[in-house]
Design a protein. Structure first.
Length: 333
């Protein structure tokens, strides 16, 4: 009788950036380890086909989202589901990439190696006022009451939750270097993003040049025709293309020349004058890795923070307003 393969459990949040980053890690892990890879996500996860098409087993876990400070929080349901699956699978390691403060603030982790994939500005190495910072302060007492009931110690800051046996910082090395005195268990692993190379390209429209909006699952900033036309004129682009969850908003609007929820956007990079992202790490780092000029149109505070850090390094520009591009665009055409 063959001995069953050991298992590595990947726990993902429900945003596209979380799951694609874990898919990238899983594909690299397969090159050096023959353990079975299993994914677990919240039940409202919309990207299950990405996991199953990659050949991985996928489990869903119920959540009980409650609104606090305009942020959906689950204080126990998801963590209880994770604990049950861990007991069933007995994984040799757990890899986590999710909004821990929202889904796992009171999790009793098993005594197996745990790896956290995250961004440096969310951790104790940073003093930025992130979404996590504000949300945690509004729910600290609830979280610690729940932790106390499980025999867990209190946490004093959201960054306390972003820790593990190994914390992998999925950011460009030059960005990580801006943060001093990293703990010994923090390791910079470089910009991490995932590309879907299985999506067809033969149905994509031919273009001469484009402003490419790569907005992932969290891009919500208002984009109107004046804004798009200004970017096209400033960059010399002939087309505007949108990839992201809000693509349906542009159907028949005339604002974009082409819009879809998901596509292999790297197909258009050779003809792209400017990439506009929402400030999500995956979409932003992908564009930067291809040497694209990048402008960030943030949807929330964490996107703004990434934009601030990259702007200081001269790698991207924030565009809360059209004026934000003036010092950045002259070199794009």
């Amino acid at each position: 009788m063959e001995k069953p393969l050991s298992c590595i459990l990947f726990v993902s949040g429900n945003a596209l950036g979380h799951i694609t980053r874990l898919l990238s890690v899983a594909s690299e892990l397969e090159k050096i380890d023959d353990s079975k890879v299993t994914f677990l996500t919240p039940s409202n996860f919309n990207y299950g086909d990405l996991v199953t098409s990659a050949g991985y087993e996928l489990h869903f876990c119920q959540t009980n989202i409650q609104k606090h400070n305009n942020i959906g929080m689950d204080f126990d349901t998801f963590s209880e589901g994770v604990a049950k699956l861990v007991a069933k699978l007995n994984p040799k390691a757990i890899v986590v990439d999710c909004a821990i403060y929202r889904f796992l603030p009171a999790m009793r982790w098993p005594k197996v190696p745990r790896i956290l994939i995250t961004n440096v500005f969310l951790t104790q190495a940073s003093d930025y006022d992130t979404i996590q910072y504000h949300s945690f302060n509004a729910t600290k007492d609830i979280i610690n009451t729940r932790r106390q009931s499980l025999g867990l110690g209190p946490v004093e800051a959201a960054t306390d939750l972003y820790d593990a046996d190994l914390v992998c910082l999925a950011d460009p090395l030059e960005l990580v270097e801006q943060f001093d005195d990293l703990p010994r268990n923090f390791k910079a692993c470089g910009a991490t993003y995932w590309e879907n190379r299985k999506l067809p390209t033969d149905n994509l429209p031919e273009i001469e040049s484009a402003v490419l909006f790569s907005m992932g699952s969290t891009g919500r900033a208002k984009i109107d025709s004046n804004f798009v036309e200004h970017l096209k004129k400033a960059t010399g682009a002939t087309s505007a293309i949108y990839a992201g969850k809000g693509a349906g908003n542009f159907a028949g609007s005339g604002i974009m020349d082409y819009a879809t929820n998901m596509m292999p956007i790297q197909h258009y990079f050779p003809k792209t004058k400017l990439v506009v992202t929402q400030g999500g790490a995956g979409s932003t780092y992908q564009a930067l890795s291809y040497g694209m000029p990048v402008a960030i149109l943030p949807s929330h505070r964490n996107h703004e923070i990434l934009g601030e850090v990259l702007e200081k390094l001269g790698l991207a520009a924030r565009i809360h307003t059209l004026e934000g591009l003036q010092a950045f665009l002259p070199d794009t055409h």
